[in-house]
Write a protein that binds this ligand. Structure first.
Ligand code: ASP
Length: 324
């Protein structure tokens, strides 16, 4: 038995408005991830740790998700990325904060986990660690897509919600005069994550993000914080997405693990935790898998990009129903 659950971020308020023109590309990326990594996990070719790492690497490579290439842009115009990973059976963990030069921040977190000590590295030291370990170096220019540049310009022009996580799809491309088209608006946050159960009954979790559009210099969200955005122990693996500060203030991922321990009901436990996160401004969602093969993908936003491989069958969804 093998289970792989992925997410590509949660966002938006109000009713589901249907797919955006950019969603088919996101859907096809998620299906590709599930097919490729799910099969390897199922066959035993890779374990849960490698499965979540490879799944997140593929999601980091999709420019429409907010991680790796296509990360959102900070207040000062730069891209800074966070990622973390945790293995359940020994609670080994790795995390990078505010990296700027790595194509795959999650691989750097994976290598930190395998090295064993320390658990977290930040900024230039984290980039240097990755490069010293032969990870691919990329430029800031390569990381920034037209969509993100346009969204950043809109954010800067409006400045009405500094620190907001809105990464709407309003900027589809530029017209010939270089003006941003704004006729279309939808929200989708785009942080990515994966949780997996392998055939040995072990679980792991990984999360990666560019954070929030317009975030101030030095801001650290929940994604690289073990226990907030990512958690795994012997019984459960969790990856969260949403307004990071609320997930930090509730230690959301760890809280779910503890709630699950006492409630022994994954769906109920996940709802209880999201209900505690929401009042702190933490609209969002999470994915989780237990060592017995239960999984959940709840969210309290308009949408959450999400997908499941469960012993060979694949499901993907964006809105409240699996409309796809
Ligand atoms: N949790 C991420 C952060 O706060 C953002 C997200 O999940 O959309 O950096």
């Amino acid at each position: 038995m093998a289970v792989l659950v992925i997410h590509g971020g949660a966002g938006g308020d109000g009713p589901w408005l249907g797919k955006t023109p950019l969603d088919p590309a996101r859907i096809s990326c998620m299906k590709q991830v599930l097919q490729t990594i799910g099969a390897k996990l199922e066959s035993g070719e890779i374990d849960c740790l490698e499965a979540v790492t490879m799944a997140v690497e593929m999601l980091e490579d999709e420019p429409l998700f907010n991680a790796g290439q296509g990360s959102v842009i900070d207040e000062d115009g730069s891209v800074t990325m966070d990622a973390s990973i945790m293995r359940g059976f020994d609670q080994a963990a790795g995390s990078v904060v505010n990296v700027t030069e790595l194509r795959h921040p999650i691989r750097a977190a994976n290598l930190i986990l395998k090295q064993g000590w320390p658990v977290m590295l930040n900024s230039a030291a984290a980039d240097q660690f990755g490069l010293a370990n032969n990870l691919e170096q990329v430029s800031q220019d390569w990381l920034k897509t037209e969509l993100r540049r346009g969204q950043w310009q809109q954010w800067r022009a409006s400045k009405d919600s500094p620190g907001s996580t809105d990464e709407d799809d309003s900027v589809l491309d530029h017209d010939l005069e270089g003006r941003v088209k704004t006729e279309f608006s939808d929200e989708g946050m785009g942080t990515v994550g994966a949780v997996a159960l392998d055939s040995n009954g072990n679980v792991a979790a990984a999360t990666s993000t560019g954070g929030m559009t317009g975030k101030p210099r030095g801001r650290i969200g929940d994604t690289p914080i073990i226990g907030a955005g990512t958690w795994a122990d012997k019984s459960i693996a969790i990856s969260c997405t949403g307004v990071g500060e609320a997930y930090i203030r509730t230690c959301a991922a760890h809280r779910l693990a503890m709630t699950f321990r006492s409630e022994n009901d994954l769906a109920k436990s996940a709802e209880l935790v999201l209900d505690e996160v929401a009042p702190l401004g933490g609209r969002g969602g999470l994915i989780a898998v237990s060592s017995s093969g239960d999984y959940v993908m709840p969210f309290q936003t308009r949408l959450m990009y999400r997908g499941l491989w469960n012993s060979g069958s694949i499901e993907v969804g964006i809105g409240p129903q699996n409309e796809i």
